[in-house]
Design a protein around this ligand. Sequence first.
Ligand code: FO1
Length: 328
Amino acid sequence: MRDTDQQTPKDKGQRTTGNGQKITALAGGVGAAKFLLGLTRVMPPENLTIIANTGDDVEHFGLRISPDIDTVTYTLAGVINEATGWGLADDSFECLQWLARYDEATWFNLGDKDFATHIYRTNALKQGKTLSDVTRHISASLGVRSTILPMSDAYTPTRVQTDEGELHFQEYFVRRRCEPQVLEIRFDNIATAKPAHGVLAAIGDADAVVICPSNPFISISPILAVPGIRKALQQTAAQVIAITPIIAGQALKGPAADMLRDLGHEVSARGVAAMYQDFVNLFVLDEADAALQSSIAAFGMQVAVMNTLMKTLADKEQLARRVLALMA
Ligand code: FO1
């Protein structure tokens, strides 16, 4: 439970209600994007600010790639490849195939249209623009009405220490398909990174902050590790709501369950709640895990139980509506 503020979660929820609520979300990639799509369909998208993980960012072929920012942006713009959850719909891979002729690595599947985003970003960064500037321009150009902020303008790539040595997160995740055992995770340059402009205010001024159903180690922890962000979450008067990324001991996508195990945490939604207990007021648990409710409440959080599986657009909207109702 936060130590700086004695308000109960219920008191916090009474600050503002209805469509005027300002909501800030901490987001990773695919799981977060699904929830945020639902959210933007049941609330005014302009009232939503998204703080996106950039720990997954990678420099590849000399280009700066920001997968989580792009996944959220493309999803909210309606141009995401729905089959994969990342990349652009109806893309082709001619450029990558041609690169293979020069013996370049092709394990990271960059589509031809997607390349344009990375070329634009890299060029703009080279010209002195910040990642925040670039992100704003790309999202505005694609018609996204919510605000998307990178967690930081600094490049802080996630390094995964494994039984095969240290790997960039994308090498661990895509090239090595999460097969190596994870020993430790660290974020380059994080000690000197600053929250991007607007990030701390978005947390401090929100009516509610939502921690999206994202991997706690490689999607949410990099955001929390930017100096000042975790403290802002502990100190905000906003209700802080986390949605479980783990259902019945399993991650819907990606290595969250393996990482909980490898890094010595309980492999359950309770294991995730324990990681967030210093700043979360309310934990959203899947109904499959209803039995964990009282032991998570013992961390000093309220617990809400609902279906958190988001297979269809209707599921995404329903989860978003139910999470919004917790704020009313
Ligand atoms: N994920 C994969 O599993 N395989 C890929 O080849 C791949 C390429 C890729 C290219 C651009 C992009 O924005 C995302 C991409 N992703 C790919 C997804 C990405 O690795 C992860 O979803 C995130 O970094 C974890 O949130």
